[in-house]
Design a protein around this ligand. Structure first.
Ligand code: CA
Length: 226
């Protein structure tokens, strides 16, 4: 899960970045509206957190432009403007949710999970696939009821694949959901993570589509003899 954070307050930005990373998000942090819009137009993100008061282009303009371009990713706006007008305008401009500053990190995390859940069309808070259950709130994974401990990137990769069961996710897409712009990506690291996940769950859990990417097949797509 990759999140674009647009916030010009350095202390708040750092706190947000840390809290989001602990929640298993890859965070790209932009400090002005133009950089935020540019990043949103050129990369895949799963959601955006936009501060309304940003230099160069305010959050409302970034949001309006994003929607005008047809980008419908979930957006949560942060606003210090405690007026009904600002909130209504934000929602009218296409925000999915908003939080008034100052806010509690636990509340922000819960709102983000709810946004992603709604986007994925899931009524449940956990993601279940056959005998695997992943709980985004606690970041715990179980298989056949037994806890499976996963390092951060394996957890993120499994979550990304489980949220798109039946869809092929390209290498690029998976790498951008695991690594931010500033991270170094080792050329074979994705294969290594996939290998570990297969070993920890089932060898056939993740299907490789050579030259394209990876997918977790829907149960019905599996060969009849399984
Ligand atoms: Ca600000």
């Amino acid at each position: 899960m990759r999140v674009l954070l647009a916030e010009d307050d350095i202390m708040l930005g750092e706190a947000l970045q840390e809290a989001l990373m602990k929640q298993g998000f890859v965070v790209d942090w932009m400090k002005d509206g133009n950089s935020a819009l540019h990043a949103l137009q050129s990369e895949h993100f799963d959601l955006a957190i936009l501060d309304l008061g940003l230099p160069r282009r305010d959050g409302m303009e970034v949001l309006s432009e994003l929607r005008r371009l047809g980008n419908d990713l979930p957006v949560l706006i942060l606003t210090a403007r405690d007026t009904l007008d600002a909130r209504v305008a934000g929602l009218d401009a296409g925000a999915d949710d908003y939080l008034l500053k100052p806010f509690d990190m636990a509340e922000l995390s819960a709102r983000l999970r709810a946004l992603l859940r709604r986007r994925a069309g899931r009524a449940h808070t956990t993601i279940q696939h056959e005998d695997i259950v992943l709980d985004p709130a606690s970041q715990q994974v179980t298989c056949k009821g037994q806890p499976v401990v996963l390092p951060r990137r394996e957890y993120m990769l499994l979550k990304e694949l489980l949220e798109h069961v039946g869809e092929v996710l390209t290498r690029d897409r998976l790498e951008t959901s695991l690594y931010g712009w500033m991270d170094e990506v080792e050329s074979n690291s994705l294969e290594v993570h996939i290998h570990h996940l297969r070993k920890k769950f089932h060898p056939e859990l993740i299907r490789t589509l050579r030259g394209v990417g990876y997918m977790i097949p829907k149960p019905a797509d599996k060969p009849a003899d399984h």
